[in-house]
Write a protein that binds this ligand. Structure first.
Ligand code: SAM
Ligand code: DTB
Ligand code: SF4
Length: 345
């Protein structure tokens, strides 16, 4: 089995990006097969438990209060309402439930409320993930004690590009929270966004930081920018789709044992592009018709795509031990017919 290294140099990461496409994909797919079932994909469902009104100025984000995007600010949902959504996600086939909140950094009383929500969702038998902004060490401990499995906190882009995208916090703030999360014994979910006008060198820079953290993130979400009107990044030149595949492939080679998530942006991708991403090493997706505030492919469409590719949904991740039982997906399911896909009726 290919070894898991944390001593990559940035030049080595750039050299991977520059490989001929077929050589890069062959190397990535071999790394993928050495560490994972190549036909199994972990599925997470996202819910925005506290929406909009965020004081940060992340240029990509529809939830920043200062961006006029039409997102209505809503306060933290009740535990009962979140549990109802988590139960529905589980019934639809998700194994992990990710709860997102548009906070810069939650107050201790917010964390206490989220801890209650986490315990209730965990009791359904789902893996739990939360993304709440910057945390203190004590707050991370509180969430761990409540049964939280994963904390999502993205580095989002290369250190040298960060200041062009976000002005209200520093790259180092993100690294500090990740340290608190690791120290609490939580699993980390950490990745970034591509298609924000960064260079290839900067995409390599983001992956280089991720692959040289004190431990590789358990999950690495690779988001393609969802361009939302009213955000400063709306109108950015879209990334070449094959460059997106390269980014997935390089992430897979650098962090071979991690789950690489084909994250935001799938609604704008063809099935064929997603298939190439799965071949390049993506083995996790967000499943369900909504991300936080923007759309995601229809569940029926994803089930049909899985059937066409012979993919199975994983019940839990395989990154840390035994494979888990597979969920049933009916391979006779037709596509929804309601979406614009080329395979619907
Ligand atoms: N406020 C918390 C934070 O920033 O960590 C948690 C929620 S925030 C919405 C979670 C992540 O969503 C961001 O780090 C970013 O990677 C991703 N995200 C936000 N807007 C996006 C967009 N328009 N396209 C792609 N990813 C986006
Ligand atoms: C991640 O890396 N991507 C997700 C999740 N972690 C929280 C969020 C994507 C958000 C896309 C824009 C929206 O729906 O508001
Ligand atoms: Fe706030 Fe998170 Fe959006 Fe940044 S990405 S504006 S911190 S919700």
């Amino acid at each position: 089995m290919a070894s898991v290294r944390r001593d990559w140099t940035r030049a080595q990461v750039c050299a991977l990006f520059d490989l001929p496409f077929n050589d890069l994909l062959a190397q990535a797919h071999a790394a993928h097969r050495a560490h994972h079932d190549a036909n199994a994909v972990q599925v997470s469902t996202l819910l925005s438990i506290k929406t909009g009104g965020c004081p940060e100025d992340c240029a990509y984000c529809p939830q920043a209060a200062r961006h006029d995007t039409g997102v209505q600010a809503e306060k933290l949902m009740s535990a009962e309402a979140v549990v109802a959504r988590a139960r529905a996600a589980k019934d639809a086939g998700a194994s992990r439930f990710c709860m997102g909140a548009a906070w810069r950094s939650p107050k201790d009383r917010d964390v206490a409320k989220v801890a209650e929500i986490v315990s209730a969702v965990k009791a359904l038998g789902l893996e739990t993930c939360a993304t709440l902004g910057m945390l203190t060490g004590e707050q991370a401990d509180t969430l761990k004690a409540a049964g939280l499995d994963y904390y999502n906190h993205n580095l989002d882009t290369a250190p040298e590009f960060y200041g062009e995208i976000i002005h209200t916090r520093q790259f180092q703030d993100r690294l500090d929270t990740l340290e608190h999360v690791r120290n609490a014994g939580l699993k980390t979910c950490c990745g970034g966004i591509v298609g924000m006008g960064e260079t290839r060198e900067q995409r390599a820079g983001l992956l280089h930081v991720l692959a040289t953290l004190p431990e590789h993130p358990h999950s690495v979400p690779i988001n393609q920018l969802v361009q939302v009107p009213g955000t400063p990044l709306a109108g950015t030149e879209p990334l070449d789709p094959l460059e997106f595949v390269r980014t997935i492939a390089v992430a897979r080679i650098l962090m071979p044992a991690s789950m690489v998530r084909l994250s935001a942006g799938r609604s704008a991708m063809s099935d064929e592009l997603q298939a190439l991403c799965f071949f390049a090493g993506a083995n996790s997706i967000f499943y369900g018709e909504k991300l936080l505030t923007t759309g995601n492919p229809d569940v029926a469409h994803d089930r049909f795509l899985f059937a066409r590719l012979g993919l199975r949904a994983l019940d839990g991740d395989t990154a840390d031990g035994e494979p888990h039982a597979h969920l049933e997906i009916d391979h006779e399911d037709p596509c929804c017919g309601g979406c614009a896909c080329s395979t619907s009726g």
